[in-house]
Ligand binder design. Structure first.
Ligand code: ADE
Ligand code: ZN
Length: 330
């Protein structure tokens, strides 16, 4: 039985496995520019974030109906449950679908068909986080937030993703203010490829409560001290960092140094269909490549529940935390 954990950095569109992509393409009459699943997998050789995003946005063409989004989410939740996930906070990219003529309601209703019954069907509690694409305009983000108003009972928070460098947090200051006024929780990708200043600005200008990735904080000792002092959770994604060349090899990943520095680190899968593993595969990989001991692994699992947006259900958080403490590595 895998270590119980929460997954806090997971793009649902990044769980689209090649087999499901081809099945949905056939169902929807969409032609894919790949001969078969092997040819598609062959294309998963990324040189940086942008090279991945090009393929990731392209493959979304197969997602068209509520049922497609429901099937996608159910496939992820089944895999997540098998990897010890008790709670999942799931990102989605509404603008990438709206731009293709798929309405926000189709996306949210479809995802919710799976998420709303996830506890009964998979034993996984869930939250939904809507991400703004930072390489699109602030106006587009504002329009997206406006379009989401009818669905806010199902959306816990907002995030910021897509191409990071050249798209600083300041652009989204007003839309994050508006999101906060609507009672939404706030997170943002920062310091994946972008500079440490983007992490600082996400905290100061966007009021985020967690940093997604945050890897490059290690270049700024004062920022590290602040993140430790303010207990800001970082949602790290080690296999993603290797595949997108943020680190050379897993053995070079700064996770041990980050834990030693006292940072509140969590381990997550980001886009597992593309990066070679789901969340427990990330745990297993860092355990062997970085020599993390059981105490460190338990700390990572504990951190995931401490950092989860469960303030409305502290009893549940306490139950999950007790499971982590009781876990027997065998
Ligand atoms: N969208 C999906 N995965 C992402 C990542 N790792 N960074 C930024 N945007 C993303
Ligand atoms: Zn991400």
């Amino acid at each position: 039985m895998p270590l119980p954990k929460a997954e806090l950095h997971l793009h649902i569109e990044g769980t689209l496995e090649p087999e499901l992509a081809f099945a949905l393409a056939a169902r929807n009459g969409v032609e894919l520019p790949y001969a078969d699943t092997d040819a598609l997998r062959e294309a998963y050789r990324f040189s940086d974030l942008q090279s991945f995003l090009n393929l990731y946005y392209g493959l979304m063409a197969v997602l068209r109906t509520e049922r497609d989004f429901e099937d996608l989410a159910n496939a992820y939740l089944a895999r997540a449950a098998a990897q010890g996930v008790r709670h999942a906070e799931i990102f989605f990219d509404p603008q990438a679908h709206i731009a293709r003529g798929v309405a926000l309601g189709t996306v949210v209703e479809g995802l919710w068909a799976a998420l709303g019954s996830s506890e009964e069907n998979h034993g996984v509690s869930t939250r939904l986080i809507m991400c703004f694409l930072r390489d699109e305009s602030a106006d587009s983000a504002r329009e997206t937030l406006e379009a989401a108003r009818p669905y806010l009972d199902r959306i816990t928070g907002v995030g910021l993703d897509s191409a990071e460098v050249g798209h600083p947090p300041v652009k989204f200051r007003e839309v994050y203010e508006a999101a906060a006024a609507l009672g939404l929780r706030r997170v943002a990708h920062a310091g994946e490829e972008g500079p440490p200043q983007y992490i600082t600005d996400s905290l100061d200008l966007l009021g985020v409560e967690r940093i997604d990735h945050g890897l490059r904080c290690m270049e700024d000792p004062e920022l590290v001290a602040r993140l430790v002092r303010e207990r800001v959770p970082l949602t790290l994604c080690p296999l993603s960092n290797v595949r997108l060349r943020a680190v050379d090899t897993l053995a070079d990943h700064p996770l041990p140094a980050m834990l030693d520095a006292g940072l509140l680190c969590t381990v997550n899968s980001d886009d597992p269909a593309y990066f070679g593993g789901y969340v427990d595969d990330n745990f297993t990989a860092v355990r062997s490549a970085l020599g993390l001991d059981e105490q460190r692994l338990r700390e990572l699992a504990r951190n995931s529940f401490l950092a989860a947006f469960l303030a409305d259900d502290e009893e549940r958080r306490a139950r999950y935390l007790a499971e982590v403490e009781a876990y027997d590595f065998g």
